[in-house]
Design a protein around this ligand. Structure first.
Ligand SMILES: [Zn+2]
Length: 264
């Protein structure tokens, strides 16, 4: 553990933005997280919250001293409603390029929907936390549970890195969806993992790195198989889509997620 994580802002109350080194900022809300890279070469956003969290997204950018028009690119780990909302808004309002792994493009466009549906949520509503989670997220969907980003493309590449600010590397860690990817800012020692692993979720009694309940995965077995690949990263900080930052080596996070598995 290191002292690299310090809090830079806390506004509004339901938003926390932590600086992970000089250029990476981890925005946490009760329901989902996103990552802001802000460096001399520009601003890249990784994931973007629910459609109904636009105010929080704007506040998070404001906390790090940039505005929505400054975002040069949005990288989407996967095409779920809790990661896409701000991307759709930025693409529409500012023409911001939105990128995802080539295998994830149909999900981000919402041509396919590898996402827990109402029926499967209802069938699991008896499990602790599920009904409360479902009630909490409905207003955040803003009536747009299937909102997509039609303009999404595969990221531009230069050498073997993405040609966006921060020059991260992209890696497929699929199972949660067919094209779920993680993004490594290796110059900053940070790996943004989306929902490949989480450290806390309202529907799970587990804390620390683990897999989301199988309800949320397109292919739960595949998600369990691929999470170990996170361990090949040399990152010293792992930022999940849900829960606290993991301040420690990526291989330890992967190992913890593998041994914890999914709660159900
Ligand atoms: Zn998520």
């Amino acid at each position: 553990m290191s002292g690299a994580q310090r809090r830079t802002g806390r506004r509004p109350a339901e938003l926390r933005v932590s600086a992970i080194g000089d250029r990476i900022h981890f925005a946490r809300t009760e329901h989902v997280n996103w990552v802001i890279y802000a460096g001399p070469d520009g601003v890249t956003l990784v994931d973007s919250g629910y459609a109904g969290q636009r105010r929080l997204l704007e506040a998070s950018l404001d906390t790090v001293g940039v505005g929505p028009a400054d975002v040069a690119a949005v990288l989407v780990t996967h095409g779920h409603a809790d990661h896409l909302g701000g991307a759709a808004w930025l693409a529409t309002e500012f023409g911001t390029p939105v990128h995802a792994h080539p295998l994830e493009l149909p999900n981000v466009r919402r041509d396919v929907l590898e996402q827990a549906g109402t029926g499967s949520v209802l069938r699991n509503a008896w499990r602790p936390g599920v009904a409360a989670w479902a009630f909490a997220i409905v207003p955040l969907l803003d009536g747009r549970a299937t909102l997509g980003v039609p303009s999404v493309t595969a990221p531009p590449m230069r050498d073997d890195r993405l040609d966006v600010p921060g020059r991260p590397r992209m890696r497929l860690i699929d199972g949660h969806t067919s094209g779920h990817a993680v993004f490594e800012f290796d110059g900053d020692g940070v790996l943004a993992v989306g929902d490949a692993l989480v450290t806390r979720h309202r529907t799970s009694p587990l804390l620390g790195p683990h897999l989301l309940p199988s309800l949320f995965h397109h292919d739960a077995e595949r998600a369990r198989t691929t999470v170990g690949a996170i361990g090949s990263s040399t990152a010293r900080v792992v930022l999940p889509g849900h829960g606290e930052a993991w301040i420690g080596p990526a291989d330890a996070a992967a190992e913890a997620a593998l041994s914890a598995g999914a709660p159900w």
